[in-house]
Design a protein around this ligand. Structure first.
Ligand SMILES: *Cc1c(COP(=O)(O)O)cnc(C)c1O
Length: 381
């Protein structure tokens, strides 16, 4: 049997054709495909605006800048995420504060976040960066209530969750990143995520002011609008210090093609998740799904006591499981800053047991049966 990774991209002939067409067009970058991708993405997620960027890490950087995060400010995130969710806070010179996860959903705990916020004076924290971890949506309405009570903003890291939704108190389905409860959302188009562009990311928001700020910061802070002076057709102004965080037309063409298949991809992921759950129910703990939630299943995570044993056992069978994630506060950079003493015991216990099994649309039923058989063989001793 060939090697089975934990995740991989799904590229078909029409994706390749879309890229070739972009290569033959007049624009390799800064052309019409970028806007087309942004419009299609905003429409898919149900947000008013979308801004394409060269990766989600750049997007997170722009998001904190657009919210005017300053050195010395404090922002809360989860330790169980990719480092970029926290790193963007450091890019702005601000402090990262971690709140613990819920031991069953593995999501940033609303209660732990509330406890942390309420143990400091009002104004102590500036914002929250919660993560729809593994594809499972947070209840963003509940986070909004908490944030509003304390004057905080929310950047929803939805990198794992395009197409996922939770059901709010008005019985409305709210897609991750739709900007109804969070100020901004961020998505990644790295090949292990749902939509592959090679590298790429998308910011979403319902705020026109934030949209304009993000679009300006993405391209050096250079604009031809609202200029103080105008010397002629060539003229532009750089009104603030921005970056080159642009996505190309080549990547956007691939993104448009990939986005159109996302619903089908998520459906297949859910079928794979169901097959895992049916095989493991009552025997192995897996991420729980709150009522009314639709999990986009970037990952399928189980917990086992001998996690290293299972990882090595699967690897010997050419099954490349992965660990998501080493808690961010235990990474050497964050340890040096002094986060190791925080009480994040749920995150640390979770990390000692978690392992992500293969989860991607092109995983075949036979391959999945093989994975399940090997996991059960190991767990049953
Ligand atoms: C992948 C990922 C990112 C960063 O995405 P890039 O596009 O690789 O920069 C940020 N946050 C989370 C939760 C991720 O999984």
């Amino acid at each position: 049997m060939k090697a089975i990774p934990y995740g991989r991209q799904h590229i078909e002939q029409d994706d390749i054709d879309a890229v070739v067409a972009a290569l033959k067009s007049d624009f390799l970058t800064q052309g019409p495909k970028v806007q087309e991708f942004e419009d299609a993405f905003a429409n898919y997620i149900g947000a008013n605006y979308a801004v394409a960027v060269n990766n989600a890490t750049s997007g997170l950087h722009l998001a904190v800048l657009a919210l005017d995060l300053k050195p010395g400010d404090r922002v809360i995130t989860t330790p169980i995420t990719f480092a970029a969710s926290a790193n963007c806070i450091r890019y702005a010179g601000a402090e990262v504060w971690f709140a613990d996860i819920d031991p069953d959903t593995y999501l940033l705990s609303l209660e732990k976040t509330r406890e942390l916020i309420e143990s400091y004076p009002k104004g102590f924290f500036k914002g929250i960066i919660p993560v729809d971890f593994a594809g499972l949506p947070l209840n963003m309405e509940a986070f909004r209530d908490l944030a509003e009570a304390h004057g905080l903003w929310i950047i929803e890291d939805a990198c794992h969750a395009p197409g996922a939704y939770f059901t709010d108190s008005k019985d409305q389905k709210q897609r991750c990143g739709n900007g109804v409860y969070a100020d901004m959302g961020i998505f990644s188009f790295h090949p292990v995520k749902h939509i592959a562009c090679g590298e790429g990311g998308m910011l979403t928001t319902n705020s026109e002011a934030l949209y304009k700020k993000l679009a300006s910061l993405r391209t050096h802070g250079i604009t031809k609008e609202n200029m103080a002076e105008n010397h002629g057709g060539w003229f532009y102004e750089m009104q603030e210090l921005g970056y080159n965080y642009r996505l190309t037309d080549i990547q956007s063409a691939l993104g448009i093609s990939q986005l159109a298949k996302n619903d089908a991809g998520v459906k297949r992921r859910i079928d794979i998740a169901e097959a895992y759950k049916n095989a493991f129910r009552g025997k192995i703990k897996y991420q729980s799904l709150p009522n009314g939630s639709y999990n986009a299943h970037h990952l399928f995570i189980i917990e086992v006591d001998d996690r290293k044993g299972l990882y090595d056992f699967l690897k010997a069978q050419q099954i490349f499981a992965q660990i998501h994630y080493i808690p961010v506060h235990t990474l050497p950079y964050y340890k040096k800053i002094g986060y190791e003493s925080a009480d994040l015991s749920n995150s640390e216990t979770y990390y000692s047991k978690c392992i992500s099994l293969p989860m991607y649309p092109s995983l075949t039923d036979d391959e999945q049966r093989f994975v399940i058989e090997k996991v059960l063989t190991f767990v049953n001793g």
